[in-house]
Ligand binder design. Structure first.
Ligand code: KE4
Length: 451
């Protein structure tokens, strides 16, 4: 079953020392559940000790023991320009010199809002919040307030942050840990969330037929990233647009991950579909806490202080996040063509190159990619929804992940996450990644594949 790859590439023995990270992990575990502030960082799904990062620059991370890694998760998406991008660092430093927060309106909010509106014309008005979770949670409340309806539709394997009603059959860490939802979410709340299979338009038609004029909105990742990368089937987004328009429900694109990543104008530009509301996060804050929800003015004006839908936030529109966002989106806008052609081609070289290494070694892999986000699913099946993503051999992915870490390549620590790169990933880094994959395959042969 295995080719002779193992004889060609020497197997890397563990070269890294993680002594300092292990000490930091032990201290952290006394203070933070699992030693982390977000579950997927604990490496529970892939095994091995999570390195503690102390600095990063360009495409590289360094841990507390001095090990260097090529970064393929980019803070889970934000770092599209690479770490410590000079213009972003300078913008944050300059803003910080005038205090970190005012809790009052600032000129920078309108500047960043203008850059977002220029790239995403479906957004006539928007509101800043401090995370993607806040953006989607607020968008759902606004949709319910605007339509005066209670039900929402989400899709299995999609993750929209950790607001109660959106944790039903969610992706990302919820899928990674194989939990159907989350404890603490009352069934009375989960009841109003209909979770359907992704890429199955008949399921959506049936849901609307069963509850005509009762569904406030559909929320989805227009390119799913939180079950791993799963693109929409041709015509799927257009069908969702038609069904929601016909029934009077809102179509919400959660572009927290895809916004400014798969295209300057996000998935809605890439696929030519105009949603009613858009949620953004990650890249728009340049690495600082920032989220946005926005859409038509008639909908957004339902928000307090103009309308009856309440939403608020102490650090919403924070001046440091605004400064980092303006520096980031300003660079993307000025260099739009070059940036997205570059990261798409670099992603193709890495995604296809590593897939070839795995396939040549007889390791079943399905690669899904949209621009600079992709996933290597350790399965031979096409992956079109969460059920097919779940056929992946997560144990073997864990072996691959640990081997790549040993070779200095830090992939997202879960089979059900998307891999990202940015403009700092050079051809030399591509080559180093392929070399690491060849070494990792040797480790895969060493480890008895999961049965
Ligand atoms: P945050 O609240 O984490 O800023 O955003 C939530 C969110 C909303 N929508 C989409 C499409 C998202 O991908 C996310 C967050 N993504 C995960 C990784 N897939 C964040 C990483 C983590 O949870 O630690």
């Amino acid at each position: 079953m295995w080719s002779d790859a193992r004889r060609r590439v020497p197997i890397l023995k563990a070269m890294r020392t993680l002594d300092r990270s292990r000490q930091l992990q032990q201290r952290a575990e006394h203070l933070l559940p699992g030693g982390v502030d977000s579950p997927v960082r604990a490496f529970r799904a892939v095994g091995g000790d999570p390195p503690f990062v102390v600095r990063a620059e360009g495409a590289y991370l360094w841990d507390a023991d001095g090990n260097r890694y090529i970064d393929y998760f980019g803070s889970w998406g934000p770092m599209i320009l690479g770490h410590a991008f000079p213009a972003v660092v300078e913008a944050i430093q300059q803003a910080a010199a005038h205090s970190a927060s005012f809790g009052a309106s600032t000129p920078a909010e309108a500047e960043l809002a203008g850059l977002i509106k220029a790239a995403v014309p479906s957004i006539e008005k928007l509101r800043f919040v401090s995370s993607g979770t806040e953006a989607t949670m607020s968008a759902i409340r606004l949709a319910r307030g605007f339509t005066n309806r209670k039900y929402i539709i989400k899709f299995e394997g999609c993750y929209h942050g950790h607001a109660d009603g959106l944790l039903v059959k969610a992706g990302s860490g919820v899928a990674t840990f194989g939990i159907p939802g989350s404890a603490g979410v009352p069934e009375e709340i989960a009841h109003f969330t209909l979770a359907l299979p992704y890429n199955d338009i008949s399921a959506v038609e049936a849901a609307f037929a069963a509850r005509p004029q009762q569904i406030a909105a559909i929320i989805l990742e227009p390119v799913a990233g939180n079950m791993g990368c799963v693109p929409p089937h041709p015509g799927y987004l257009a069908a969702l647009r038609e069904i929601t328009k016909r029934d009077g429900a809102l179509l919400i694109f959660d572009e927290v991950m895809t916004g400014f990543r798969v295209a300057h104008g996000g998935a809605q530009q890439l696929y030519g579909i105009t949603p009613d509301l858009t949620c953004l996060g990650k890249i728009i804050g340049g690495g600082l806490p920032c989220g946005v929800f926005g859409g038509r003015a008639e909908t957004m004006d339902m928000l307090a202080p103009l309308g009856p839908v309440y939403q608020a936030g102490t650090l919403s529109g924070n001046p440091l996040a605004m400064a980092a966002g303006v520096a980031t989106l300003g660079h993307l806008a000025r260099n739009c063509e070059a940036v997205y052609v570059n990261i798409d081609e670099t992603s193709r070289l890495v995604a296809e190159g590593v897939a070839d290494v795995l396939s040549e070694a007889g390791v079943p892999v399905t690669t899904n990619r949209v621009g600079a986000m992709w996933t290597w699913f350790f399965t031979h099946q096409p992956v079109v929804d969460f059920a097919t993503a779940a056929t992946s051999d997560t144990a073997r992915f864990g072996v691959f992940h640990r081997a790549m870490m040993e070779s200095g390549v830090w992939l997202p620590p879960s089979q059900f996450e998307a891999i990202f790169l940015g403009t700092a990933h050079t051809p030399e880094i591509v080559e180093a990644t392929l070399t690491a994959a060849r070494q990792a395959v040797a480790s895969l042969h060493e480890a008895q594949p999961a049965r």
